[in-house]
Design a protein around this ligand. Structure first.
Ligand code: NI
Length: 226
């Protein structure tokens, strides 16, 4: 399932992040593309060792940790350090599926890409094109979100970015290894979590609430890997 996480960054935070990114040096995205992706990828990326990349990446990680919607949806075990890309002048990225396992540069750590994430850093009226098209079992979705909003989608999805024909599209992208590998199981847990949150508001003292909360934790116990 595809999920939108609104307002991961405030408008003010987006401005600060964008200012820092505008001043950094960008390199051809193809240096980090795998063999198959090489032909498809036409964008610019910020080097992951760039101090700005690390600084803003850490800030995004902090915002993710404090976002209840992200935590409930992704059930994160590990998050790949956020990276940054820039599409302009017809830049695009053809259909591809992201790598399954990603090595965190400079460390022995690896992250399985259960979930792919794109955090939009420009508002839709600042550029033409640049839609993220995600194909899933329920068809094709075109995603172009306000700056500060993020989309999460299964790492198994075929996806592409359409050519940016005016302005520039800045975004952060990264992957999440979830406690729960299966997208369908995460979907069930999120549904149950939402129902429990609703009941907590309406019937806070009903014993069935404690029972349902127990079911949530027992399912998570069965389905999670740490
Ligand atoms: Ni991708």
């Amino acid at each position: 399932m595809m999920h939108i996480i609104p307002n991961l960054l405030s408008k003010e935070q987006v401005c600060q992040v964008r200012q820092a990114l505008e001043q950094a040096d960008w390199t051809d995205g193809r240096v980090s593309a795998g063999h198959q992706a090489l032909k498809a990828k036409h964008n610019l990326q910020l080097d992951q060792d760039h101090p700005v990349s690390r600084q803003i990446g850490d800030f995004i990680l902090e915002r993710l940790g404090g976002n209840p919607r992200f935590m409930a949806t992704a059930l994160p075990l590990k998050v790949f350090p956020p990276r940054f890309n820039r599409y302009q002048g017809g830049g695009h990225y053809g259909n591809h599926i992201d790598s399954a396992v990603l090595s965190v540069p400079g460390t022995p750590h690896r992250v399985r890409g259960d979930i792919s994430a794109t955090l939009f850093l420009c508002d839709p009226d600042q550029y033409d094109g640049g839609e993220l098209i995600i194909e899933d079992t329920y068809g094709s979705h075109s995603v172009k979100l306000p700056a500060g909003d993020m989309v999460l989608y299964p790492g198994t999805s075929l996806h592409r970015v359409t050519p940016v024909t005016r302005g520039a599209r800045l975004a952060s992208f990264f992957w999440v290894q979830s406690l729960v590998r299966e997208d369908s199981q995460r979907g069930i847990l999120l549904n149950l979590d939402d129902a429990i949150q609703n009941l907590t508001l309406k019937l806070p003292d009903d014993p069935a609430l404690a029972q349902l909360t127990g079911v949530y934790h027992n399912l998570l116990r069965q389905w999670s890997n740490t």
